[in-house]
Structures are given as C-alpha cells and as structure tokens.
Design a binder for this molecule. Structure first.
Ligand SMILES: Cc1cc2nc3c(=O)[nH]c(=O)nc-3n(C[C@H](O)[C@H](O)[C@H](O)COP(=O)(O)OP(=O)(O)OC[C@H]3O[C@@H](n4cnc5c(N)ncnc54)[C@H](O)[C@@H]3O)c2cc1C
Length: 381
C-alpha cells in the first residue's frame, strides 16, 4: 500500500483546512456554545466542497473514500458534533439518493442537497428497532397516488432542520423479515410530520430529533430502490457511512490528543512539565500508537472501498478500533486538563461526550463485532 497522497488530494485538503481555519472554526465554537447549528452551516460546507459527493451530468458522483475520510477527520478535530451533522446529511441522506434514487429524483434534489440548501437526514431507529435494524414498525399504506406513512422514528440526527428524510417503513407485513421493508424519500414539510428536538448532550451542536409521521403522503416515485428491499438497502447505506463515522471518530481522538499534548508540553507540576513525568510520557506514546493503528485500519477500509471491493469487514474493523481509541484518548485527554476540563466552555469538554456518541451511531461496538465475526467465520466453514 502506497501512503504517499497524490498532489491533487494534498491541495484539496490544504484548501479545506484553509476554509476551516479562516473563521469557520470560530463560528463552529459559537454554534457549540449556543447549542444550535444553523442552516448556513450546511451551505458553507457545501461551498467548501465538504461533502463526499460532487454533481455532474445531473446526478451525484461519489468522491474517493480517502478524500472523504481526510476531510471528515479535519472537521471532527474541530467539532465532532458539526461533523456528524455533515455525515447525516451526506453519508446517510444523500447516500440514499445516490445509491437508490432514480435519475429524476437526483435531478430534482441532488444539486440543492450538495450546496446545503436542502438538508437531509435518515430515520431508521424506532423504539424496538435499534441494533435490530429489521424490527421497524412504521407503516406504509398504499394510496391511489403513492403511500401514506405512519409511525415514529425515535433518534434522527438533523431531524429538526431537515427538508428531506430517507425513511424505512413496512410495505409488506406478510413477507419474511428480509423483505418487509421499503425505503422512501419523505418531504418533511408535508402535513402530518411532527418533530420534537431531544435534549441530548453528545455531538453538540447537531440536533437529535424524534420524528412522528401521521398519514404523511409520499408520491409513488419517491420510493427509493425496490419495494421490499428496504432492509438490504439501509444496511448498504450504513456500511458506507460506517467508514465516514470511523473517520469522524478518528478525528475526535486526534483532536483531543492534540489539545492534551499541547497542554502537557507547557504546564508544569512538581517542578517539571506534565509531559516529562515518565508515567505521562508513556501514556502519550500509547495513545499515539492507538490512534495510528486506528488510522491504518481506516485507510485500509478506504482503499478497499475505492477499489470497488467488498468492504463490510474493513468498515467495521475501522469503526471498532476508532471508537476504542477515541473513548480511551478523550477520557485521558480530559484528565490531562484536570479540573478545567469539566467546564462546558472548555475546548476539551466535548470530546469524551462525542466519543460516547460515536460508540452508538452506525452500530454499537457489539454490532461491529457481530459483523466482523460473520465475515471471519465464513473463512473457516
Ligand atoms: C447521538 C445519536 C445519533 C443518532 N442518529 C441516528 C440517525 O440519524 N438515524 C437513525 O436511524 N438512528 C440514529 N441513532 C440511533 C442509533 O443508530 C441507535 O441508538 C443504535 O443503533 C443502537 O440502538 P439502540 O439505542 O436501540 O440500542 P439497542 O439496540 O437496544 O442496544 C442496547 C445494547 O445491547 C447491545 N446489543 C444489542 N443487540 C445485540 C446483539 N445481538 N449482541 C450483542 N449485543 C447486542 C448493544 O450493543 C447495546 O449495548 C442515533 C443515536 C445516537 C445516540
């Protein structure tokens, strides 16, 4: 594997970093303190080319997984909460449109989604359907002009702001578990859609929202992909977004590590810099090695995606290792700051909370282990 990046990729990342450093990071911090991410965030990020897609010949085109991972890491180093809003918009919402939207739907929605004028989200999780993705109960009833959706999606990132949602619902209750669900593109401005913003404490300033749909009309041409294939389709979206969330989680670990090591290299205690106490110097080395190992797993996942090969195992390994590194590093980094770290306004404060969020979104650690095990055991049977 060649670790040298092409010139073009390096200059894209340079430009993206300039954009982040040129006032955007300051605005991110202000939004964090207000606990509110405005619509302009999505538009600004779109103008900076911050999503993993481009628009060409009236349809979405996916960028390289490498580029997307590097961008996600940079954004998450500054704000994992802003990075998850971007991920829910692009890697869950737009990904549904990219993988399963007809040419007509892409022509209608993709350009505005890319420039952040139309905000997207994805709702699958319900009261009894979390890790068990297939257990969705939302009903889709056939109507003369399409479908009527009724039910509740309990945790939807961007649900408070989104214009369009990718939603799974039961179209074929009599079918087997693998063929009960279909996937829809739902206009959340339709009558019958109600949003309740939840009081979450991780991944600020993004929102987490409960979406209640009551007889919400969905035109027939807004069914994404194939009727009865919603489960396989949503799992395909999650496999893609798992690589993006591994990158976001790596950025969470790396952002906390940078802050903590910078502090440890300056602050003195017992007559020497904190970093020069041998116990702390060993911890710095260990955290660095764990982050590097997670980064290598992520890059292998990106390499596999970009070669067009099956990347299920690599995506789950990347997320498993990134979350393990982030949970350990962020808690450690907060300790390095001592009492100051417990203040909401302190730059380190958000990181342990955001690593916790990362351990849940796109599948828990247990779910990653189930996926990895299934892939490994195939080779022994
Ligand atoms: C901040 C945040 C943002 C989110 N955003 C979205 C979103 O945009 N869209 C969306 O649809 N969902 C979203 N979710 C929901 C998220 O995907 C689910 O929370 C997650 O899949 C876990 O489901 P659950 O909470 O129902 O936990 P459960 O599935 O009830 O799991 C509870 C515990 O049991 C373990 N467990 C479950 N099954 C097994 C098993 N077979 N073997 C071993 N252990 C198991 C789990 O690992 C976990 O520890 C979000 C969640 C959070 C916290």
């Amino acid at each position: 594997m060649d670790f040298s990046f092409p010139e073009e990729l390096l200059s894209d990342i340079g430009r993206f970093n300039d954009f982040l450093n040129d006032g955007f990071e300051t605005r991110l911090n202000a939004w964090y303190r207000r606990r509110d991410l405005p619509r302009e965030f999505f538009a600004e990020l779109g103008r900076a080319g911050g999503y993993g897609f481009t628009f060409s010949e009236e349809s979405l085109v996916k960028r390289s997984a490498f580029q997307e991972a590097l961008f996600a890491e940079e954004l998450a180093r500054r704000s994992p909460g802003a990075a998850i809003a971007a991920l829910a918009h692009a890697d869950l919402g737009m990904m549904g449109l990219y993988l399963f939207g007809s040419d007509q739907l892409q022509r209608r929605y993709a350009e505005n989604a890319l420039n952040g004028k139309t905000i997207m989200c994805l709702g699958n999780t319900e009261g009894h359907a979390g890790s068990d993705v297939a257990a969705v109960a939302m009903q889709a009833e056939a109507a003369t002009d399409g479908w009527r959706l009724t039910g509740t999606k309990s945790f939807v990132t961007n649900g408070a702001l989104a214009d369009l949602a990718v939603i799974t619902a039961v179209t074929d209750p009599g079918a087997d578990r693998a063929h009960r669900l279909s996937m829809f593109l739902v206009d959340l401005e339709q009558p019958g859609a109600r949003r309740t913003r939840l009081n979450k404490q991780v991944w600020l300033p993004s929102d987490l929202t409960r979406l209640e749909l009551k007889d919400v009309a969905v035109p027939a041409d807004h069914l994404l992909g194939r009727r009865g294939h919603g489960l396989a389709q949503v799992l395909q979206i999650f496999t893609h977004s798992r690589v993006a969330i591994a990158a976001l989680t790596l950025g969470t670990a790396a952002g906390a590590f940078d802050l903590a090591v910078r502090h440890a290299a300056r602050r003195t205690a017992f007559g020497r810099r904190i970093a020069d106490h041998q116990a702390k110097s060993f911890e710095i080395a260990e955290r660095h090695a764990e982050i590097e190992a997670a980064r290598l797993a992520l890059w292998k996942a990106c390499w596999t995606v970009d070669r067009g090969e099956d990347f299920r195992e690599q995506a789950s390994i990347a997320k498993l290792l990134a979350v393990a590194a982030a949970r350990k590093t962020t808690a450690w980094a907060a300790d390095i700051f001592g009492a100051a770290s417990v203040m909401f306004e302190h730059p380190i404060h958000k990181f342990p909370m955001d690593a916790w969020g990362a351990s849940l979104g796109e599948g828990t650690q247990d779910v990653q282990k189930l996926i990895i095990f299934r892939e490994v055991i195939k080779r022994y049977r």
